[in-house]
Design a protein around this ligand. Structure first.
Ligand SMILES: N=NNCCOCCOc1ccc(-c2cn(C[C@@H]3NC[C@@H](O)[C@H]3O)nn2)cc1
Length: 447
């Protein structure tokens, strides 16, 4: 057994997202989002689930904050539903939407919990999608107007902002692979959208600096790790292409002002021609105050010619898997963090998402989710290795506070440390809640 100790100023938190927990999709003046449309299109979401009720956090946020208070967290990462603020994406502001987030933020502050606000966690106003969505450069300016309003409205209350959650999911998962909203399957479109998202991020950071409202701003790319099956260069290159698709494609423009050549060349081979306008790369390359890192899983992989987009195949190592089928691969977490440190230096990092899917149900009032505790122990140990190796980690925010709408998987996949009964909306603290609470209180755990 070993004691895994964290830095004395380590921040601990939990994360959620608007469409996944709020419900009340037809309440409070909220406009329609692309996830309302996508989830209600037959075949897109398991069991035809949608976010109309979800965890009903729009009404139950006070109960949620009480759970966070009991947990003893320092920071709560939530997202704002753009359609609650601008029901049509632009134009008239919905005061009821602002009022809801003021209630939530005030409740957090009253309980000594710092709000970390994600401005975009996938629920684009449908009205903007109807005009092309992220493929239309006008959406960039619409987002900056939305962000400006939020910065001014919550100045002094919110001091940690994230522009975008997981731009790889927003662009490639949603417009090339097509399993998330709006469900396109077009590599050229998806790659151009990834560029517009980066320009959006850069323009939003510029606006944040210009307003001088105080606080810090970053973004939260999702990451993965593929460990080469052998030391053959073709295996190493194949793994670096997949890692590069998540990490370098989004972080190089922000931190270095240019796309990674090896990925540009690969996409060009696939027929992609990026439309980069004068000044775009300078706009993207704005200094950020911190970097969010989301990590869940990785695997061993090797080169396979003409396999998928990036010519690699997974090699089955019979790693344990969580209930969503993702291999448990904590070494990948360490390797991602070391890759980021080696590539981009000492940027302060918050782990903005890390967690696991285990679908344990309550029995006699408790939920024995030992798998999730094991996952947390393994990944927090990997995190402590990275910190010991010099990675500038400021905080760890687990996904998720509670079970919620897991996108295309609907309510079938549970990531929460709190169980939600979707019929009664009753919350039940899982064993992992109590483990995480003790770890936060101690700032260490014994593995
Ligand atoms: N790479 N090639 N894939 C080819 C085949 O992909 C098929 C499916 O792919 C993916 C990839 C990634 C995810 C995913 C989900 N979460 C969890 C959420 N994060 C933000 C928060 O809202 C959480 O709910 N993080 N990542 C889902 C599906």
């Amino acid at each position: 057994m070993a004691i895994i100790q964290f830095p004395k100023d380590m921040k601990w938190g939990t994360a959620t997202a608007s469409y996944q927990i709020e419900g009340a999709t037809n309440e409070g003046g909220r406009g329609v989002s692309i996830w309302d449309t996508f989830s209600k299109t037959p075949g897109n979401v398991v069991n035809g689930d949608n976010g109309d009720v979800a965890c009903d956090s729009y009404h139950r946020y006070e109960e949620d904050v009480e759970l966070m208070k009991d947990l003893g967290i320092d920071v709560y990462r939530f997202s704002v539903a753009w359609p609650r603020i601008f029901p049509n994406g632009t134009g008239e502001v919905n005061q009821e939407g602002l009022d809801y987030y003021h209630r939530l933020v005030d409740k957090l502050l009253e309980n000594g919990i710092e709000p970390m606000c994600t401005l975009y966690h996938w629920d684009l106003p449908q009205a903007l999608q109807d005009k092309g969505g992220w493929a239309n450069r006008e959406t960039i300016d619409a987002f900056v107007d939305y962000a400006e309003l939020m910065f001014k409205e919550f100045s002094g209350k919110i001091n940690k902002w994230l522009t975008l959650n997981e731009p790889w999911c927003i662009s490639f998962l949603s417009n090339y692979i097509g399993v998330h909203a709006p469900g396109n399957q077009d590599l050229q479109l998806a790659t151009q959208i990834s560029h517009h998202l980066l320009v959006t991020h850069g323009k939003t950071v510029q606006k944040f600096r210009e307003l001088g409202v105080g606080g810090e701003i970053g973004f939260a790319p999702n990451t993965t790790w593929l460990e080469p099956y052998s030391n053959r260069q073709e295996d190493i290159d194949a793994c670096n292409r997949e890692i590069g698709w998540y990490i370098e494609w989004f972080m190089d423009p922000v931190f270095k002002g240019s796309y990674p050549d090896f990925m540009v060349e690969w996409f060009k081979k696939k027929g992609v021609e990026l439309d980069i306008q004068d000044g775009d790369m300078e706009t993207i390359n704005q200094p950020v105050d911190f970097l969010g890192i989301n990590y869940y899983t990785g695997h061993i992989a090797r080169y396979k010619e003409n396999e998928g987009l990036l010519d690699w195949e997974m090699v089955e190592m019979n790693y344990d898997r969580t209930d969503i089928g993702w291999p448990i691969f904590p070494e990948g977490f360490y390797n991602v963090l070391m890759r980021v440190k080696d590539s981009y230096g000492d940027i302060p990092i918050y782990i903005t998402e890390n967690g696991s899917c285990y679908n344990d149900e309550p029995e006699n009032g408790s939920v024995k989710d030992s798998g999730r505790i094991n996952y947390l122990q393994q990944h927090l140990t990997a995190l402590s290795r990275a910190i010991a190796s010099g990675v500038n980690v400021k905080g760890y925010i687990t996904w998720s506070l509670m079970d919620n709408f897991e996108w295309a998987e609907g309510y079938t996949m549970r990531f929460g440390i709190v169980h939600v009964n979707y019929r009664t909306l009753e919350r039940t603290k899982k064993d992992s809640f109590y483990w995480y609470k003790q770890t936060i209180a101690n700032n260490w755990f014994e593995n």
